[in-house]
Design a binder for this molecule. Structure first.
Ligand SMILES: NC(=O)c1ccc[n+]([C@@H]2O[C@H](COP(=O)([O-])OP(=O)(O)OC[C@H]3O[C@@H](n4cnc5c(N)ncnc54)[C@H](O)[C@@H]3O)[C@@H](O)[C@H]2O)c1
Ligand SMILES: [Zn+2]
Length: 340
């Protein structure tokens, strides 16, 4: 299994050893570390490396912008960083996506190492080379495809991650299992959430994402199955974004998987029993709001989906555990029926 891990990725049991090995092979002239206030407190304290600069930003998706990149570029510039320097991005998906993008573009590209510290970033955001920032309210609107020089996944960082964030990342683990691994799905179902062994789950989940990405690095075809749960999930996430109780990404995706499965049943692609079993499992883990947001609001968000084309809204739908199809055009009447 470990053969199918990305070549640039190490699963670590000793973060300090693996990080210093990676730094040694890059041999940078200067080192900066990008953190937010939480990863500075919880993760940087576990890391023993000599750096020339700590760049600390505020946590949160709303900071994932070009103006934060500007702060990063300014600090690198005023501290004499060059194209031969290194940025270590220590944090969740926000730090990894944005720090990676800032590195890939600084002086046309300096080295960077991503050290993901959330479950979501360990099993998802760190694999596949997508880097970027949000722009004018549009998620990941500005960015590039580029693999980091190194990704070091140290599951022990999850010890301090708030449980709600852990469960949010877990939605991607469920997704990976459903689209590609019946054995992982069986394993998940066989344990209570608190009994799950992350050291086992994380590498298996990374391998699944990596295999799909390698089959289609630029998302022209099969990589779209990774969007399972995400078409409705993103619409739900956007709907709740400005509410008093926003949902985390994975919570919205978990809900999205339930609703997209219902669409699959409706169009005859998925067995109803399988859909019900998945729904029951997801509802046993997440506290989802009782009511689906109103149809018109969801529809407006669905129309913004990057995967749409002139013909309409396209979905990646599960057809059975272990198998997912993509680019399925769903008619408005069906959407209306399920989402109402
Ligand atoms: N590049 C990709 O392919 C890809 C894939 C999926 C998601 N993403 C992106 O990832 C981002 C979401 O990532 P995320 O869920 O990791 O969110 P995040 O980076 O905002 O981290 C979540 C919260 O956890 C805190 N935190 C991080 N590690 C911690 C630790 N070990 N202990 C305590 N607190 C910790 C952070 O400070 C933050 O408050 C989104 O911007 C999304 O677009 C990218
Ligand atoms: Zn996701």
């Amino acid at each position: 299994m470990s053969n199918n891990l990305p070549t640039y990725l190490t699963i670590s049991t000793d973060i300090n050893r693996d990080l210093s090995d990676a730094i040694e092979s890059i041999a940078p002239d200067k080192i900066a570390v990008l953190v937010d206030e939480n990863t500075r407190k919880q993760c940087l304290t576990l890391v023993n490396i000599e750096s020339d600069l700590i760049i600390a930003i505020q946590s949160g998706e709303k900071e994932k912008t070009l103006s934060t990149c500007q702060q990063i570029w300014s600090q690198l510039t005023s501290n004499g960083f060059t194209r031969n320097s290194l940025l270590i991005n220590l944090g969740g998906g926000v730090i990894g996506d944005m720090g990676g993008f800032a590195s890939a573009t600084f002086k046309r590209g300096m080295a960077f190492i991503n050290v993901p510290t959330t479950l979501l970033s360990q099993v998802d955001a760190s694999i596949g080379g997508k880097l970027g920032v949000d722009f004018e309210g549009l998620k990941n609107h500005i960015g590039v495809f580029q693999e980091p020089d190194k990704v070091i996944v140290y599951p022990k960082f999850l010890d301090t991650l708030p449980k709600r964030e852990l469960k949010s990342g877990f939605a991607e683990v469920i997704k990976h299992s459903l689209i590609r691994s019946e054995s992982q799905w069986d394993y998940l179902k066989s344990k209570a959430f608190r009994e799950l062994n992350w050291e086992e789950i994380i590498p298996r989940s990374i391998v699944i994402k990596n295999e799909v990405v390698n089959e289609d690095p630029l998302e022209k075809g099969v990589r779209k199955i990774l969007n399972y749960g995400h078409t409705i999930g993103h619409a739900i996430e956007s709907h709740f974004l400005d509410s008093s109780s926003p949902l985390l990404h994975g919570e919205a995706v978990a809900w999205g998987m339930i609703l997209e499965n219902k669409i699959g049943v409706e169009v005859g692609k998925l067995d109803q029993e399988v859909s019900k079993e998945i729904e029951k499992y997801i509802l046993s883990i997440y506290d989802l709001p009782e009511k689906v947001p109103d149809y018109q609001s969801l529809k407006n968000h669905l129309l913004q989906d990057k995967k749409n084309d002139a013909q309409g809204i396209r979905f990646s739908l599960l057809t059975q555990v272990n198998s997912c199809t993509y680019d399925v055009l769903i008619e408005d009447v069906i959407l209306k029926k399920i989402l109402k």
